[in-house]
Ligand binder design. Structure first.
Ligand code: NDP
Length: 310
């Protein structure tokens, strides 16, 4: 079994940045890319808030540049998916979907989180054409437009409030008649004139034409009445699922399944295993914060190897 000093699982901004730092520290890291190389950014188009790009950059292009930068310093990438890990002793062992086996002195988990979708026909094809799961990424494109947000948690409140900076009106479709969000967030949304709640409603169908989303068909769960509503955008804020199933509960996670790290540090409860990016962050979920935490994970990994040689 091939042993590596550092194995990085995941290839979004956190994984690539960890790879850049680890390879520049001569640790010859291996990145196992996962099912969606490049991560969530490959599903967005214009990234306008990543510092350094005056006119913005396309998500896939940004991820490809980060990868090339990491490769320049000797990072090895394999396009495979980690299916099993054994974290009971160092070196940690891993096996992949294609049957490869590795061991690693330290492990950096950067597997990200996946936005939950409703599971409706055409939903995924309409991403970037009116369907979005990230207001910070896409809100800017909805100046003076009508938007519907789905969800009743803190994310929905936050995204709806944020979207009022651009949209003329934001309707929040809530599947029950109560919100799950915290009082402070609800109060803020309630105080916003542009936000209107539509209770007991579930989206039955997304309506669209060649230009993208044109409306939604919603059903009232109490009356069973179905109606059509015009909208330019449908923002889903129904939660994220951190990609941790391959860990099989070997690492401490919070109630929502996000890996718990030590304060501002990327350390998990297993010495030598670090986590960065959205897999341990349900709050900021930005490419730049993920990249920053990837840098921290690589630096902690380097220090850990130095202090705990095998
Ligand atoms: P949550 O799981 O808290 O809320 C998800 C919401 O989406 C719920 O209202 C849920 O409805 C609804 N929902 C789920 N599935 C569907 C569906 N298929 N159709 C319609 N509605 C659906 O997720 P969040 O992302 O809002 O929050 C995750 C965590 O992050 C929380 O702990 C939250 O507090 C935290 N957070 C904190 C923020 C802050 O403090 N600034 C900002 C954002 C998140 P139902 O209630 O009926 O289950």
């Amino acid at each position: 079994m091939e042993n590596k000093k550092v194995i990085i699982i995941g290839s979004g901004p956190a994984g690539h940045t960890a790879a850049i730092y680890a390879s520049r520290a001569n640790l010859s890291p291996l990145v196992i890319e996962g099912h969606e190389p490049g991560g969530q950014l490959t599903t967005t188009t214009d990234v306008e808030n990543f510092p350094g790009f005056i006119d913005g950059i396309q998500g896939p292009e940004l991820m490809e540049s980060m990868k090339k930068q990491a490769q320049r310093f000797g990072t090895e990438y394999i396009n495979d998916f980690v299916s099993k890990v054994d974290l009971s002793s160092r070196p940690f062992s891993l096996s992949t979907q294609s049957g490869q086996e590795f061991s690693a002195d330290t492990l950096i988990i950067a597997t990200g989180a996946s936005a939950k979708y409703l599971g409706l026909p055409n939903e995924k094809e309409l991403i970037g054409k009116g369907v979005s799961a990230c207001a910070t990424c896409d809100g800017f494109f909805y100046r003076d437009k009508i938007i519907h947000v789905v969800g009743g948690g803190d994310t929905a409140m936050e995204e709806a409030t944020f979207l009022t900076k651009f949209a003329s009106k934001v309707f929040v479709l809530v599947r029950r008649n109560v919100l799950r969000a915290s009082k402070a967030m609800i109060d803020r949304a309630n105080a916003n004139q542009k936000i209107e709640f539509i209770w007991n409603s579930t989206v039955e169908e997304i309506l669209f034409d060649d230009s993208g989303v044109t409306g939604v068909k919603i059903k009232n769960s109490e009356t069973a009445v179905i109606c059509e509503r015009k909208t330019d955008g449908l923002f889903l804020a129904i939660g994220h699922t951190p990609n941790t199933s391959f860990l099989e509960n070997q690492i401490n996670c919070d109630d929502h399944g996000f890996i718990e790290t030590l304060g501002i540090h990327p350390d998990t409860d297993i010495p030598g295993v670090f986590a960065c990016g959205d897999v341990q962050d349900s709050y900021y979920r930005q490419a730049i914060s993920a990249a920053g935490s990837g840098c921290m994970a690589a630096m902690r990994s380097e220090k850990f190897i130095e202090e705990n040689p095998l």
